[in-house]
Design a protein around this ligand. Sequence first.
Ligand code: HEM
Length: 156
Amino acid sequence: MVPLPPLSPLAVTTLGVRWLHVLAATVAVGGSVLTWVRLRLESTGGNVPIDESALVLARGYEWLFWAAVGALVMTGVGNLGAFAPTLPGGRWRTTLDVKLGLLTLVLVGSAVRTRLLARVAGSSAEVPTGLLRRAYGATALGLVALLTLAVVLAHG
Ligand code: HEM
């Protein structure tokens, strides 16, 4: 068997940054699907109060989501740094641009979703469960699309 050459410190750092990037993506995607599935178990009828456990899960996910986004942006820039001094062009560049455009849409939508949850959690008024469910469903859909683009970006 041919022995593998030792990894340089730079290669270890690059691998660590990429690992963190994938871990943060997993948390963001997995959490959104879980929250959406939990909200699907709630009734969408008129004045039915939403179960507190569903709200606790959604609130917990909001913290995780924004922390994961922070980690994704930082490690994403780190991933770009691995291509220094110049980024590849062509299809790779187009895929990256689409990925960043979709990320912007997901972030704008998520700001709206977080505000909606804050309003729902802080009021005793009728809870728009259907709207909340759709917001988490849209987040999950956007993040899965991002994940798909990311895999195409990294592996062609
Ligand atoms: C500012 C935001 C982001 C930037 C600048 C960024 C940048 C990058 C870059 C440059 C790569 C490596 C591509 C290659 O090796 O050809 C990558 C890989 C990846 N990204 Fe992102 N990304 C960002 C956000 C996200 C988000 C939001 C997700 C998922 C929800 C994500 C998921 C992934 C995954 C799964 C990989 C593949 C890693 C691998 O297979 O090694 N990224 N990203």
